[in-house]
Ligand binder design. Structure first.
Ligand SMILES: Nc1nc2c(ncn2[C@@H]2O[C@H](COP(=O)(O)OP(=O)(O)OP(=O)(O)O)[C@@H](O)[C@H]2O)c(=O)[nH]1
Ligand SMILES: [Mg+2]
Length: 263
């Protein structure tokens, strides 16, 4: 059996990672592909899905806070180190569940996740040769040009840290008007448009600098992959699947392992 494809869902707090994980799992199932969900957030209090592998079986944020007298962020840092120590048990639990796709829901504290060495060790251990990171752009933050640019920089940071192929997803597109949606996708396609919007907003030297940075970033990262998606109405999930397949294996779709699910 071919090695499963592994997708990490990352992004700022509340960007829609857990809902996207659940929705994509449902889409894959309906399309006849088998997938499992791994919850990698030790602080998740309530999940809208039943994880197949749950990091909270090994490390729970509430326990780390209580045991070490830490606040939520300090506890996330400590928890990442603890998870790294257990990662081969987690990897074994994932490997036992033979599947086509492994969908990994990550903690909302993306900067902690992205900057810690422990997270790098965790991602390295769980990633096979067919892995990618989906970074979710939350429309609430991406709706103005400087917020959009900040997410672009954060996404690039995640890519820089983990060195895996990245897909940028615009999440929750169902909340956007057609005009907003066109503007955001336009920024994703063309760094010059984003640059113009940033400098129009506030033409100060500092803003010029961040605009120049964004322009430089546009020459480095594949901005055009910003994919409109919605966990609510399922928009973009097929496109996400196709993009993942392109990254994983030369663009060929997998044969469904079990045929389309019954209606
Ligand atoms: N309209 C709409 N709302 C969404 C969608 N996806 C998520 N949401 C809402 O956005 C909020 C956050 O969603 P989550 O999936 O929990 O986001 P998350 O990134 O996992 O959040 P944390 O793990 O807490 O960082 C919830 O109120 C969801 O109902 C979507 O596709 N459309
Ligand atoms: Mg979540």
């Amino acid at each position: 059996m071919e090695e499963p494809g592994t997708l990490y869902f990352t992004g700022t707090a509340g960007a829609g990672k857990s809902n996207m994980t659940r929705a994509f799992h449902g889409w894959l199932k309906a399309a006849g592909y088998d997938s499992i969900i791994v919850n990698l957030d030790p602080g998740a209090e309530r999940l809208d899905y039943e994880p197949d592998v749950d990091i909270r079986e090994w490390v729970r944020l509430a326990d780390v806070m209580a045991d070490y007298g830490l606040g939520p962020n300090g506890a996330q840092v400590a928890a990442a180190d603890m998870i790294a120590l257990k990662i081969f048990d987690v990897k074994e639990a994932v490997a036992e569940l033979k599947t086509d796709y492994v969908l990994i829901d990550t903690p909302g504290q993306v900067e902690l996740f992205a900057f810690r060495e422990a997270s790098k060790a965790i991602v390295d251990a769980l990633s096979g040769s067919r892995s990618l990171i989906a970074f979710l752009f939350d429309p609430a933050l991406a709706r103005n040009a400087s917020g959009f640019a900040s997410l672009l920089l954060l996404s690039a940071t995640v890519e820089f840290r983990f060195r895996l192929p990245m897909l940028n997803l615009l999440s929750k597109v169902d909340v956007l008007t057609d005009v907003q949606r066109a503007e955001l996708l336009g920024w994703g396609e063309d760094p010059d448009r984003l640059y113009d919007s940033i400098t129009q907003d506030l033409p100060t030297p500092e803003v010029q600098l961040s605009g120049e940075l964004v322009r430089a970033l546009g020459t480095l990262s594949p901005l055009s992959t910003l994919l409109p998606t919605s966990a609510k109405d399922g928009e973009g999930l097929e496109h996400l699947y196709q993009s993942a397949q392109r990254v994983f294996g030369g663009g060929e779709d997998l044969e469904p392992s079990q045929g389309p699910a019954p209606e």
